[in-house]
Design a protein around this ligand. Structure first.
Ligand SMILES: [Zn+2]
Ligand SMILES: [Zn+2]
Length: 148
């Protein structure tokens, strides 16, 4: 029985947990062909600057030996004694380059890993986006389990 529920992408409720109304509603909507996701999921402009806190917490390095690696922002090599900073995604940049960059927008120029921002509107948008994605995943799981 437990396997059955897992296959359905459901699980038994834990103590004090409410049933997932969203999932039930989604099933209802799918059944009646009413489901439509109106959330477009795109932020209409460049995301805001990274939060000061997040920037402050980036790892700092001093380049200890010449290397062939380039900074993805200015495309110049890292030279001995250059100051560098590492993003949480482990991409390395000149300190000056990445600080200027993060002052404009919050994501890694190389892989678009996002740092938190101080912008409430944007943070709310990100949460909404995550919720919408989760909702899509729930629906997909549900859809697959019902129609495959
Ligand atoms: Zn650079
Ligand atoms: Zn990165």
């Amino acid at each position: 029985m437990a396997d059955y529920y897992q296959e359905m992408g459901w699980r038994e409720l834990e103590d004090g947990e409410q049933p997932n109304h969203l999932l039930h509603m989604a099933r209802f909507l799918i059944d009646f062909g009413l489901y439509e996701d109106n959330f477009t999921g795109e932020w209409p402009r460049l995301p805001p600057a990274a939060s000061k806190e997040a920037v402050k917490n980036l790892k700092e390095f001093v380049i200890e030996k010449e290397s062939d690696k380039n900074c993805p922002i200015c495309l110049k090599k890292f030279h001995l004694n250059d100051k560098a900073k590492e993003m949480p995604c482990q991409h390395l940049f000149h300190e000056k380059c990445i600080l200027t960059w993060l002052d404009q927008t919050n994501s890694c120029p190389f892989c678009r890993f996002e740092l938190p921002t101080d912008d409430e509107g944007y943070e709310t948008f990100k949460k909404e986006k995550k919720r919408a994605e989760q909702r899509r995943e729930d629906l997909e799981t549900l859809h697959n389990s019902m129609f495959s």
